[in-house]
Design a protein around this ligand. Structure first.
Ligand code: B12
Ligand code: SF4
Ligand code: SF4
Length: 297
């Protein structure tokens, strides 16, 4: 228990959850420009122990540059991760799209992520104010993208891997993390010295929530991808990145004023969009030519 100016601090996971929920619900940054519509719906929180051995495994499955909680904060005890589900109206707007993201999706990627950064800083500051050391890795000095890791594009702190450690979801054919609120979301996390009860017990297997790996019944995201970046061999990050840079950004950034429009077609109009998909045969999409399986990731 940390000791603050007011005496022993007994911050609980319920206090933290209430704070994150209130910030997401009330903060003006979580609103489309000139509107009261939010980018993100109510968050889902999870916790992992900072000394969970999985963080050392990430030196292999992400790369040796991926930080452990204790490398980021020597006094770390817990890792807190949150899922920010993308608003239903935004997801629905992206469903009819075939090549480019809808404008609400592009605005959520461009302006919702800066709000997520504010949430990272807010949680970090809120914990520190209660006497608990805290670091939000993605907004801390030293965080960077890594373009050529052993698994291709990566970073020095992967939000999906933090969320996986907390038991919040499992990876998918297209790399996205499928949570109880589905795959259309954004993630954030904070490493802290505050002891919190882990939610990682019974965490799913690495790809348990994806129906492709369950019984092969779903390949819907393959057909959704306008770049041919998803095949039964997985997600080709380079094809995806080239599409994001040379097609969606090049086409939409100027006209819409959305500097990073993203794409996310593989995260909408798919059975895992807003839930863990049922293991049922998904009706086949109209036959479309598929690119050959890609050897590289
Ligand atoms: C680099 C990056 C990209 C790159 C590469 C993506 C990638 N697959 O890593 C590119 C530019 C292609 C990209 C694209 C997009 N991105 Co991006 N991106 C990132 C970034 C900055 C770093 C990701 C990272 O470090 N990855 C590490 C690598 C190693 O992860 P990986 O290859 O997916 O991991 C595999 C292995 O680890 C493997 N594995 C093998 N063995 C084992 C064993 C164990 C135990 C485990 C756990 C795993 C494992 O399984 C994983 C899945 O196959 C994060 C932000 C962040 N700091 O995390 C956002 C992030 C991943 N992006 C995000 C999003 C939403 C997108 C886009 C939809 C764009 C958009 N908004 O419209 C697309 C979707 C592409 C896709 N289908 O994944 C979200 C993902 C949320 C989600 N739903 O999962 C993130 C987390 C941003 C955020 N704050 O929420 N992105
Ligand atoms: S659309 Fe189907 S195959 Fe693709 S990630 Fe979702 S469940 Fe897996
Ligand atoms: S974000 Fe777009 S280009 Fe990248 S894998 Fe998903 S559907 Fe394909």
């Amino acid at each position: 228990m940390a000791v603050t100016a007011k005496g022993p601090d007994a911050t609980t996971i319920d206090d933290l959850r209430a704070e994150v929920e209130a910030f997401v619900r009330d903060h003006a940054g979580n609103r489309f420009p000139g509107s009261d519509r939010p980018y993100f719906e109510a968050p889902v929180l999870g916790v992992a122990a900072a000394d969970d051995p999985i963080f050392h495994l990430y030196k292999q499955v992400v790369g040796p540059f991926h930080g452990t909680p204790r490398e980021l904060l020597p006094s770390a005890v817990s890792v807190v991760s949150w899922v920010l589900p993308i608003a239903r109206a935004t997801r629905r707007s992206n469903r009819p799209e075939r090549a480019l993201p809808s404008r609400p999706w592009a605005e959520t990627r461009s302006f919702g992520e800066p709000f997520n950064d504010e949430l990272r800083r807010h949680v970090q500051g809120w914990l520190r104010a209660r006497g608990h050391a805290a670091v939000a890795p993605v907004v801390a000095p030293g965080w960077s993208r890594v373009d050529q890791g052993p698994m291709g594009r990566a970073s020095t702190w992967s939000e999906r891997h933090a969320a996986y450690a907390c038991g919040l979801g499992s990876f998918s054919l297209n790399d996205g993390l499928i949570t109880i609120r589905g795959i259309a979301h954004r993630l954030g996390s904070v490493v802290t010295a505050l002891p919190l009860p882990p939610t990682s017990e019974g965490r799913p297997g690495v790809r348990d929530h994806c129906a492709f790996y369950g019984d092969g019944s779903c390949t819907r995201c393959i057909d959704r991808c306008p770049a041919g970046a998803i095949t039964e061999a997985g997600h080709d990050k380079e094809k995806c990145n080239v599409y994001l840079e040379t097609v969606t950004r090049a086409t939409l950034a100027g006209p819409w004023g959305t500097p990073v429009p993203g794409c996310g077609l593989c995260q909408t109009k798919v059975p895992c969009e807003d839930r863990i998909p049922p293991r049922v045969k998904v009706p086949a999409a109209p036959a479309a030519p598929r690119p050959p399986p890609s050897a590289g990731r």
